[in-house]
Design a protein around this ligand. Structure first.
Ligand code: AN0
Ligand code: CP
Length: 324
């Protein structure tokens, strides 16, 4: 595999999930695969899980890791072709991407949606320009449109906790005081469509995700109805796609409570984290047995490790038949 930029890069979710579960059992099985190889992790936004789990995954594969925070530390990058750079930007992505390609063997990038201009965000200019100008494989650590490392993690976590042939999975919108991107929800929707599940999305009217992504997944505007008999409740806030970046008004009632979870079939509570307690979800749910968010975060390491392994395998020196 060259790049991992979207859930669409996964050829078989079931196979990848199985491979990741095997890696979790024996994380050091490929500890020499990345020997003398370096991964660069480039952040344009904050992170706890993505930064540490991707680093941990690389270390399990024997790689060296370099981390660069652009916010406050890197040069402000320019992305426009032919720009006259007499304003705020100091370096063009053309040079930056080529330079980093000389220091690293794989480059992972986090660049969130800015939520000001939908067309600009959905063009993914940071990710696509790095892919265009870098000469090394690129991994998406959450772009404007998607968070495929999180989605693979979520598929692993659902599979591990699933007891049914076809579980009911609900993606529920929840309130948040600040506008958040659609990326996590988008990638979750894409991956669940590739799994054997009964899938329902519930959100207030006006919070429909891009139709090209949700396709024919049923949308239920009555949250409690959606929760009925759910085996997994995956909770995430996102700001409106339609009224781009708007957070809505008087939607506090969409918080996840114990009463709502009681409608489910002993359902598990999932969230990618970070989560705002008692805004998105009540303490009683997050601290209950139903919550699997900590294990979910643990699985970030194995999702990242599987992706890096798939990228590294063709890069590793081919060992011919050993002559003893
Ligand atoms: C980010 C988001 O919603 O995309 C990152 C989640 C993994 N969340 C926040 O900014 C709180
Ligand atoms: N879930 C997730 O991506 O967390 P971070 O933003 O802390 O990396």
């Amino acid at each position: 595999m060259k790049n991992y930029t979207s859930v669409q890069d996964i050829d078989s979710v079931a196979t990848w999930v199985e491979e990741a579960i095997q890696l979790k059992k024996n994380p050091l099985v490929d500890k020499d695969l990345g020997k003398d190889k370096t991964i660069g992790l480039v952040f344009f936004n904050p992170s706890l899980r993505t930064r540490l789990s991707t680093q941990k995954a690389a270390l399990n594969l024997g790689m060296n890791v370099m981390v660069m925070n652009f916010t406050g530390e890197g040069w402000a990058l320019e992305y426009e072709d032919g720009a006259v750079m007499n304003q705020g930007t100091s370096e063009h992505v053309k040079e930056a991407a080529q330079v980093v390609s000389q220091y690293c063997d794989i480059l992972a990038i986090r660049a969130f949606a800015k939520l000001e201009n939908r067309e600009e965000d959905y063009q993914e200019k940071v990710l696509t320009n790095f892919i265009k100008y870098a000469s090394i494989p690129i991994v998406n650590m959450e772009s404007a449109i998607g968070h495929p490392l999180q989605a693979l993690t979520d598929a692993i976590t659902i599979t591990e906790h699933n007891t049914k042939k076809r579980p009911k999975v609900v993606l529920s919108w929840a309130p948040h005081p600040k506008a958040l991107p659609q990326a996590v929800a988008n990638s979750f929707v894409e991956i669940v469509q590739k799994m054997d599940a009964e899938f329902v999305i519930t959100h207030p009217e006006g919070f429909e995700l891009l139709e090209k992504i949700t396709r024919n997944v049923p949308i239920e505007y009555d949250q409690e109805k959606a929760f009925t008999n759910a085996d997994f409740v995956y909770v995430k806030n996102w700001s409106s796609y339609k009224n781009y970046g708007e957070i809505g008004k008087n939607l506090e009632d969409w918080i996840i409570t114990e009463e709502k979870m009681n409608k489910t079939n002993n359902g598990k509570f999932m969230h990618c984290l970070p989560v705002r307690r008692n805004v998105v979800v009540a303490d009683g749910v997050l601290d209950s047995e139903a919550s699997i968010v900590i294990e979910q975060a643990n699985n970030r390491t194995y999702a990242a490790q599987l992706v890096l392994k798939k990228i590294l395998s063709p890069l590793a020196p081919q060992r011919g038949n050993l002559i003893l």
